[in-house]
Design a protein around this ligand. Structure first.
Ligand SMILES: Cc1ncc(COP(=O)(O)O)c(C=O)c1O
Length: 394
């Protein structure tokens, strides 16, 4: 291991539980460790390396941008930012977007827009700043997004949390209506993930999402979809909310959007795109040209003919193979965002055993979680499933 792990642990704050694995390189859907051992990747970072490792066109775009101009302040414009934003708005049907660097930042922006929308329209005295989020949600690690996150386990140590977040039960429209009633006139937004990712890969019901969107529309409450994990083709549609037939006022994206380079985006519709004005929000690195170049390569690929249909086919195949394994109790999620319930085994033990056998997988709560690169092939699915099967049958 060349002392990497010891050196790292001596100098880096211990805020993650890590495997004893040092990754050195990667190609396509295979990662290589510092001893030359190969691993099929069913996690793609955590859904970030959407085109796999070092995709040729992506590398070309990123390197060309690094040679041209790597960064400039947001006092100036760059072409690659304009091209990226135009393409993303064209693909999603949104009016405008804000550039940040991560999922949490994208959500911070959404929260600020929601609150300012109500402030501008109803005034400060209305205190119309409550945001309803769902129990078991996950929205990030900054203080505001932790406060938005509907899991008690995250509401510790860092007091005081940000006020103005109320949780309603997922898939329980009566509870959402009750929370709206309790906070009548004070709610500026409802925010959720269409598929709760960190919460255990749990897709919301269509009826619930539709009814929630109707309640928002009726009461001039903004609907925010956190598509940090579900967006950019992961579910077989560019946005997961397309499966639900709703168009939120605000959508946040991050993870897979730039193929593994930090980016976070807050998409705004015609109602919300003028809320932020000069000086009300910003980010030094937001819209970094190299991230935008990588992002454009991702957008070009995901919007290429037949790509999303290909994800549907691969996902159906992946899911079928998983459900044939005896230890598998059920397969959750949509498209290539997959959660697996196991009958008897512990998901974390299984993930560790898979790693030892050359397969990288993720967990979410008590489930196995798979977020493979969108470019994964059937052969690679077979190879990874064979490893998983042998681990589960041991
Ligand atoms: C749905 C969702 N929102 C927000 C975040 C936070 O993203 P980031 O870690 O990039 O800040 C995550 C990360 O897992 C996520 O899954």
């Amino acid at each position: 291991m060349n002392g990497t792990i010891e050196k790292f642990n001596r100098h880096v704050v211990h805020s993650y539980g890590r495997y004893d694995l040092v990754l050195d390189s990667g190609k396509s859907r295979t990662a290589v460790d510092d001893g030359g051992k190969e691993y099929i990747d069913f996690g793609s970072g955590i859904g970030t390396n959407s085109l796999g490792y070092c995709d040729e066109k992506w590398v070309e775009a990123v390197c060309a941008q690094a040679h041209a101009i790597q960064h400039t302040s947001n006092y100036y414009y760059t072409k690659v930012q304009a091209d990226f934003a135009a393409k993303l708005c064209e693909l999603t049907g949104y009016s405008k977007m804000f550039f940040g660097n991560s999922g949490a930042e994208a959500n911070e922006c959404a929260i600020k827009i929601a609150r300012k929308y109500s402030f501008d329209k109803y005034g400060k005295d209305a205190q119309r700043w409550v945001i309803i989020t769902l129990v078991n949600s996950f929205h990030g690690r900054t203080i505001a997004t932790l406060s938005a996150t509907g899991q008690d386990v995250f509401h510790n140590y860092f007091f005081p949390f940000v006020e103005g977040f109320v949780n309603a039960e997922a898939n329980n429209i009566d509870d959402l209506k009750a929370k709206l009633k309790e906070n009548e006139g004070r709610v500026c937004a409802v925010m959720f993930e269409c598929i709760q990712g960190e919460g255990g890969v749990i897709a919301l019901d269509k009826e619930f999402v539709k009814a929630a969107a109707e309640e928002c529309e009726k009461n001039d409450i903004l609907l925010i979809c956190d598509e940090v994990q579900t967006g950019v083709g992961r579910t077989g549609k560019f946005l997961a909310c397309e499966h639900y037939g709703v168009k939120p006022n605000i959508v946040t994206l991050a993870k897979g959007l730039a193929g593994g380079i930090p980016i976070g985006v807050c998409l705004t519709d015609e109602k919300t795109c003028e809320v932020l004005t000069p000086g009300t929000h910003g980010s030094t690195f937001g819209g970094n040209p190299i991230a935008c170049a990588g992002g454009l390569a991702v957008l070009d690929r995901v919007s290429s003919e037949g790509f999303l249909e290909g994800i549907d086919a691969k996902a159906a195949y992946f899911r079928e193979k998983l459900s044939e394994i005896g230890e598998v109790e059920g397969v959750d999620g949509i498209g290539l965002m997959i959660g697996v319930r196991l009958k008897t085994k512990d998901a974390h033990d299984v993930a560790k055993a898979c790693l030892d056998s050359g397969l990288l997988i993720l967990t979410a709560k008590e489930k196995l979680r798979f977020l493979p690169p969108l470019t994964i092939t059937k052969e690679e699915i077979d190879k990874g499933i064979a490893i998983l099967r042998s681990v589960l049958e041991q």
